[in-house]
Design a binder for this molecule. Structure first.
Ligand SMILES: Cc1cc2nc3c(=O)[nH]c(=O)nc-3n(C[C@H](O)[C@H](O)[C@H](O)COP(=O)(O)O)c2cc1C
Length: 422
C-alpha cells in the first residue's frame, strides 16, 4: 500500500493544481484530475516489473513472483511459519549493525572471490537449497543450475522430493550445472541409500539440514483452507513431493480445522528434532563426502559439530520457515563463530536481501552467504534470467559497499567496518 504521507502530499499538490487555472489553460479536464487524484501512488513492491531490466533490487522479483504463482505456492515460499516472528527477526537483525564507511578509498576494482574447501567461487553469495522447484517454474532445479553455471555461483541442491522421486532428477541438475553440486538432505532421511546416490553424482559436500521441526506455515495453510484446488495434487508429479504425504490438504474444509495443522509439532513426523549427535557420528562414518550441518544457531552446537568431525556449518533457521524462536541468524553468528573457533568454515543464510546484509555477515566472520527466496522469486518470475539478475544485483550491491569501506577483496573486509547501532 502507498504510504499515507506520500498520498496526502501528492493529493495536496494535485488539489492545488486543480484549483489553479493552469491546467485548464493547458487543456486538462477536471475529470482527468479527479482520476489522477483517485489513483494511489504504487509503492515499489506494488510495481510488477515486466522484464528483468526494470529490476531495482531483489524485492522487485518478490512482486513479480506473486503474480506468477498460485496464492498457496507464493505464500508458502514467502511467508514464514507460526506468526512470522523468525521471518521478521531475520530482517530486523541487520538493523543492529551499521556499516562504517570510509571515503577516498581509491578502489577501482573489487574482487569478491572466496575459497570454500579449497575451491574458488566468483562470489560469497550462494544458492541455498530450496525443494520442489518445479512447482515454481518448469524444471526449476535445472534452470537454477543453468543460472548457477552462467554466474559461477555455488548452488546447494535440495535433494528432496521431486529430484529424488525422479530417478535421473539429481543427475540432470548436475549435467545442467556442468560439475558436481553440493547436495542437501533433510534430517532423518539421511540413510545409506541417499548417501550412495549423492556420492554417485560426484557430490563433494553433503549439506545435512537439521532445522526442520514441524512448522506451522499458517500463511500457506490459510490459503489452502480457503479452498484452493488448482491442481490435482495426488496425480500431478509436480505436486506429489509436497502433497502426496499430506492428502488431507486437498480436503481441508472449514469444518475440519484441525486438519490444517498438518505436520505441526516438532515430534510429529520424521523431523530432525528426533536426531542426536550419535546420528551425526553414524553418518560421518558412512561417507567420505564433506559434511556441512545446516541449521546450527547456537555456539555449543557449533563446538559439538567440530567435535563430531563435521567439516562446516551453515547458520540457518530455514528462512523463518520452521521455528518461532524470533531470533535472526545474523544475531546467532557471533556465538556460532566462537563455538567453531576458526576450525571449520561458517556459512550463513536467512533473510539476506541486499549487498549490505551480505557485507555485515562477512564483516562478522562468515565465509559465505546463502539466499533462498530471492533466487526463487527470480526463478518464478523470469526463469534463468531472473535468477541471474538477482545474483547480478546482489553482487553489484556488495561491490558498492565493499568499495565504500575500503575493501578491495573479501579478505579486506574487517570487523571494525561494523558498529553496533546505539
Ligand atoms: C520454499 C522454500 C523451500 C525450502 N526448501 C528447503 C529444503 O528442501 N532443504 C533445505 O535445507 N532448506 C530449504 N529451505 C531453506 C533454505 O535453504 C534457506 O535456508 C532459506 O530459504 C534462507 O532464507 P531466505 O529465504 O530468507 O533467503 C527452503 C526455503 C524455502 C523458502
Amino acid at each position: 500500500m502507498a504510504s499515507t504521507k506520500q498520498n496526502s502530499d501528492r493529493r495536496a499538490f494535485l488539489s492545488f493544481l486543480a484549483a489553479s487555472p493552469i491546467l485548464a489553460y493547458a487543456g486538462f479536464s477536471s475529470r482527468w484530475i479527479e482520476e489522477v487524484l483517485a489513483a494511489p501512488v504504487p509503492q515499489q513492491n506494488e510495481v510488477v516489473i515486466k522484464s528483468v531490466k526494470e529490476a531495482l533490487n531483489v524485492f522487485d522479483f518478490d512482486a513479480a513472483a506473486r503474480v506468477k504463482l498460485t496464492p498457496a505456492h507464493y505464500t508458502f515460499i514467502t511467508d514464514g511459519s507460526f506468526n512470522n516472528e523468525t521471518l521478521r527477526a531475520n530482517r530486523d537483525g541487520f538493523l543492529k549493525y551499521e556499516v562504517r564507511l570510509r571515503r577516498l578509498t581509491g578502489i577501482t576494482n573489487v574482487d569478491q572471490s572466496v575459497k570454500i574447501f579449497g575451491k574458488a567461487w566468483e562470489s560469497p553469495i550462494f544458492f541455498s537449497p530450496v525443494g520442489r522447484m518445479n512447482a515454481y517454474y518448469p524444471d526449476g532445479a535445472v534452470v537454477v543450475a543453468q543460472a548457477a553455471k552462467s554466474t559461477r555461483t555455488l548452488q546447494v541442491l535440495a535433494g528432496s522430493a521431486a529430484v529424488i522421486v525422479d530417478p535421473r532428477g539429481v543427475e540432470r541438475v548436475v549435467e545442467a550445472r556442468g560439475e558436481p553440486l553440493w547436495i542437501a538432505g533433510l534430517g532423518s532421511s539421511m540413510d545409506e541409500k541417499m548417501l550412495r546416490r549423492f556420492e554417485a553424482t560426484g557430490c563433494p559436500v553433503l549439506v545435512w539440514t537439521i532445522d526442520d521441526g514441524g512448522a506451522n506455515t499458517i500463511g500457506a495453510k490459510s490459503v489452502q483452507r480457503a479452498g484452493v484446488r488448482d491442481l490435482d495434487r495426488e496425480a500431478d508429479d509436480r505436486c506429489v513431493g509436497c502433497h502426496a504425504n499430506l492428502p488431507q490438504i486437498t480436503r481441508i474444509t472449514k469444518d475440519t480445522p484441525m486438519d490444517v495443522l498438518g505436520a505441526i509439532g516438532a515430534l510429529q513426523g520424521e523431523t530432525s528434532v528426533k536426531l542426536n549427535w550419535e546420528d551425526v557420528k553414524r553418518v560421518r562414518d558412512m561417507t567420505k563426502m564433506k559434511i556441512v550441518l545446516k541449521g546450527i544457531v547456537a555456539g555449543e552446537d557449533a563446538a559439538l559439530a567440530v567435535k563430531h568431525g563435521v567439516d562446516g556449518i551453515i547458520i540457518s533457521n530455514h528462512g523463518g520457515h520452521e521455528d518461532a524462536s524470533g531470533r535472526g541468524t545474523i544475531e546467532c553468528l557471533p556465538e556460532v563463530l566462537s563455538g567453531a573457533a576458526g576450525k571449520i568454515p561458517v556459512l550463513i543464510d536467512s533473510g539476506f536481501r541486499g549487498g549490505a546484509d551480505v557485507f555485515k555477515a562477512l564483516a562478522l566472520g562468515a565465509t559465505a552467504v546463502g539466499i533462498g527466496r530471492p533466487h526463487i522469486w527470480g526463478l518464478s518470475s523470469f526463469g534463468q534470467e531472473g535468477v541471474e539478475t538477482v545474483v547480478a544485483i546482489l553482487r553489484r550491491e556488495l561491490q558498492a559497499i565493499m568499495a565504500q569501506t575500503g575493501a578491495a577483496s573479501i579478505a579486506q573486509i574487517h570487523r571494525d567496518s561494523l558498529v553496533p547501532r546505539g
